[in-house]
Design a protein around this ligand. Sequence first.
Ligand SMILES: Cc1ncc(COP(=O)(O)O)c(C=O)c1O
Length: 303
Amino acid sequence: MQELEKIWINGDLVPWKEAKVHVLTHALHYGTAIFEGIRCYKTNSGPAVFRLQDHLKRLYDSAHIVRMAIPYSPEELEKGIIDTIKANKLEECYIRPIVFRGYGEMGIDPSSCGVDCVIAVWRWGAYMGEKGIKEGIRAKISSYTRTYVNSGSPRAKTSANYLNSSLAKVEAKDLGYDEAILLDINGFVSEGSGENIFYVKDGVIFTPHPYSILLGITRDTVIKIARKLGMEVKETLCTRDDLYLADEAFFTGTAAEITPIIEVDGRTIGTGKRGEITRLLQEVFFRAAKGEEPDYESWLTKL
Ligand SMILES: Cc1ncc(COP(=O)(O)O)c(C=O)c1O
């Protein structure tokens, strides 16, 4: 990882190398952390953070679900994010606010441990490569079931949920695929290890119902863009067969942006190339993120 200059810890910008926690930090042992992944894009009028208020809203929703009181207001975190980007002199970056149970008493009950808050930023290009964005990637249905609402709350972006994601990702890569697709506890398609999923059939766009997924900001962005372009989008139950027989499929996520899926479990999706609807959605999405779509200006927080 390329080191930058500063990381924000509990309100202070500290040198990158000194941004450390105690080895007995509760979250390190028990996964008691919630976080966000946000992107800042370069626009003609300087750097702009994409859908910052929506990401902060989801952070506070995650905190509410796991009963962790964030010791800062959304306005303070917004300022912390902007200060951190500026302190690192970045025009484009990935932003990682994380809120976690810190150093206190050991044991599963976190209530005696304080809540710490960190904001880090780094340079991060296309998550699955520029080639992945243009030519698509190959995915595998995972042998791991997605964490479900009564076992870990997929709606909350908790660190603990990412062991499930990590196991699925490593399995998919070991088997020669780029990404995993997890099914929910009832066997319906839920999401990728760090992305939501969509497919296109006969001109209609489908995406899994919100029950067993993280409600992605990029998912919402794509739904809004597609509907504004006059396309029909259905949130529904999806099966692996739906994916196998789709004309197009793609992942969405802050890291993955919009990444076409050209193969699932050895079955070619559509023509085996990025589909036309996927390409159009990518085009509008990137234009919106880079401040080139006046209709979506309100999604940008300019520095
Ligand atoms: C499991 C999972 N689903 C979906 C997403 C997509 O969410 P967003 O578009 O808000 O980044 C992510 C990424 O944060 C994720 O980790």
